[in-house]
Design a protein around this ligand. Sequence first.
Ligand code: NAD
Ligand code: UGA
Length: 352
Amino acid sequence: AAWEKQVRHSSTPRRPNGLSVLVTGAAGFVGSHCSLALKKRGDGVLGLDNFNTYYDPSLKRARQKLLLKHQVFIVEGDLNDAPLLAKLFDVMPFTHILHLAAQAGVRYAMQNPQSYVSSNIAGFVNLLEVAKAANPQPAIVWASSSSVYGLNTEVPFSENHRTDQPASLYAATKKAGEEIAHTYNHIYGISLTGLRFFTVYGPWGRPDMAYFFFTKDILQGKPIDIYQAQDEKQVARDFTYIDDVVKGCIGALDTAEKSTGSGGKKKVGKLVSILESLLNIKAKKHVIKMPRNGDVPYTHANVSLAYRDFGYKPTTDLSTGLRKFVKWYASYYGIQTKVKKGKEVNSEHNED
Ligand code: NAD
Ligand code: UGA
């Protein structure tokens, strides 16, 4: 009964016509930010997360602590636990699901393929089955990935670009998720909006991602590896700052009926040079003239459809976003560093 009370308290909106949202993956990077933003707006939020150990779970616990301070409760459980999910819907008639729980990361799929199938395919279907049976039926917004564009290099990517050449099992499971979402919408009329996030970065980020461990390694004076694409050009990513992704998710929830990048592409070397300048340390760079297995060469989003449909307009450039990340990193890990002050490097333009 105490558990049910917490579930109800956490997910009851505090503003008139507020949403009641089940956020899966709420202890994760994007999930924790979205949960907080929704709660601050007066929506009801309940989190679900299995706190897996893909990366340092103490970071997930720290995010959970932060959420609890704002009265967001996270139920510890797995997407594949159908009785638990059904119980959550019995206690609370959620109007929306923001589905962010997944096995993320591109490289890890070569070590642990089953975890991708289990969370990104089986777990997603399990969640959809529960949503299908719920009354009212919640609208679902969920995270796909820019990786579905795979080996396609015809950037910028739009929703109608081909997605039939996944370069990793991760990408293949996200692509499968898109087909599964289509099916559940087609047969049962469930409102499903998939957002293709493009390399998201920022405070409270994921330690398995390049910008995070580049910062760590540069600070420790360790060498970093910079991979190149097949054509010897540097790999490029459309790095998207977390606050822009949060705005995109909330916009999609509000309109609940599309690709989310920042609308620019930056070479990975640019990421490193901004970090070097912010940290005031020269990185020990090791350039590898070979693509990483599973990596896609380029990502770059055309965000015009997301703008038309729910006003998605990213505003944080890479220098500003990385400055915020580095400040958070130094304070979270108690590292003495003087993040360089000064004018932002204008990084709005694309590099071709
Ligand atoms: P994250 O790993 O920080 O968050 C995912 C959370 O889901 C984790 O806390 C994990 O414990 C939880 N989880 C995983 N499997 C689960 C399961 N079976 N049951 C319950 N909980 C489970 O990742 P993130 O960066 O916050 O990514 C959020 C979503 O966005 C994911 O779907 C990811 O694939 C997608 N995405 C992220 C990026 C990015 O750059 N961060 C880019 C594209 C897509
Ligand atoms: C990221 C996330 O990890 C995925 O979960 C997500 O789905 C994906 O974005 C996406 O946009 O869909 P990725 O862009 O590969 O994947 O992120 P990182 O692993 O942080 O790599 C960023 C870039 O740095 C890549 O170009 C990669 O090749 C490069 N890199 C990575 C290096 O040059 N050296 C390294 O040691 C690691």
